[in-house]
Design a protein around this ligand. Sequence first.
Ligand SMILES: Cc1cc2nc3c(=O)[nH]c(=O)nc-3n(C[C@H](O)[C@H](O)[C@H](O)COP(=O)(O)OP(=O)(O)OC[C@H]3O[C@@H](n4cnc5c(N)ncnc54)[C@H](O)[C@@H]3O)c2cc1C
Length: 386
Amino acid sequence: MVGISFALMLAKRCVNMRVLLLESKPKAYKWRNGESTFDSRTTALSYKSGLILKDIDVWNLLKQELAEIDSIHVSNLGYFGVTRINSSDVNVEALGYVAENHRLHAILARKLAQSNISSRFSSRIARVELHETSLELTLEDAGSTISTQLLIIADGAGSATAKKVGIHSRLIDHHQSAIVANLTLGKQHRGAAFERFINDGSIALLPMSPFQGKDRASLVWIQSNDEANAIMRADDASFLARLQAQFGFRAGLFRTVGVRRSYGLATSEAEEQTRRRIVLLGNAAHSLHPIAGQGFNLALRDAECLSSCISEASDNGTDHSSMVVLENYIDSRRFDQQRVLDFTKFLPKLFATDCYPLEVGRNGALLLMEISQPLRRAFARFGMGL
Ligand SMILES: Cc1cc2nc3c(=O)[nH]c(=O)nc-3n(C[C@H](O)[C@H](O)[C@H](O)COP(=O)(O)OP(=O)(O)OC[C@H]3O[C@@H](n4cnc5c(N)ncnc54)[C@H](O)[C@@H]3O)c2cc1C
């Protein structure tokens, strides 16, 4: 999703630039039991991501399939401190939006097909050689070669292409898994999103657009690996009972659960994001703990900044792949990347600890935020990517 989004930004800003997208998977992804094998997850898009997707003309197609997030409710199992953040706190019509990944991907792919971007599917880079004025890429399929001024690596966490050029990632294994599933609810969600911290993890519930007239919610249930394995093995009725016991009834009764998937969680940060004629984007650059739903949003902001640095250089007649341009990009992005990385590393630790002063402190922080509008507004603006 990051690679295509970036290619669309570049094609829009630099109309004369030739852009080629290489994807290792085949062009068409298959459907099984009405569910996309591409990705059954949803993505909480921040307000800022909405603006970026508008800019690449994806929004009009996506908007009718989105659910709006009008409020966010944060709580901690076993404590009375809660915080509610409403769109009215920041005077916007929605704090964010929820998109189904397979729909978002399908729309991005449609825009790609309509653009002047060339693409090659079932294609991987086998070797990268740096020359004075270009990079030479040898592809695995039939050993064909491509010459390019700039290579953007957006092939996901643990990037195989980055490794080929000797860029490695620092990895933190959280020993946790995220169980993802869609639920039908006994009452209307009215745009409410929930984040509930529980022993050793968290439960996020995001509003989804209705399906066959029923309100749905997307669940991301994070637990230790052992606990997650046990939850995955439970039948639907026990799964829902266990979830309801941990989450409570704020969103009503959980009626049914769809296909469950489990994702092992790790944070990875590439040791370098830019090198001569090379930039890493998306999960290849930084893959985050999904606790606050920030990974794709952060990557879109990176991609927007990079495409703007490249287009500015091209307009000024400067070499857009020079280290000056790429360093300017990374300098502009350092602050935002660091604060989001720190936040997503700190939050799971803060709520996982059973150290008494910290337990009291975080409960107090939720209460403080509930009564302080400036604090709520600051927190909302952070989540909105502003
Ligand atoms: C449970 C969960 C929930 C999440 N929820 C949110 C959320 O609510 N909001 C949010 O902002 N983020 C969320 N994220 C994070 C978000 O999903 C990621 O940040 C995002 O998917 C990263 O996209 P990407 O394109 O960089 O990487 P990927 O999605 O991994 O895509 C990489 C692409 O590269 C291709 N590829 C792989 N190897 C090669 C190769 N050698 N050559 C060519 N192509 C290759 C792959 O086929 C794939 O198409 C969540 C993550 C998880 C795990």
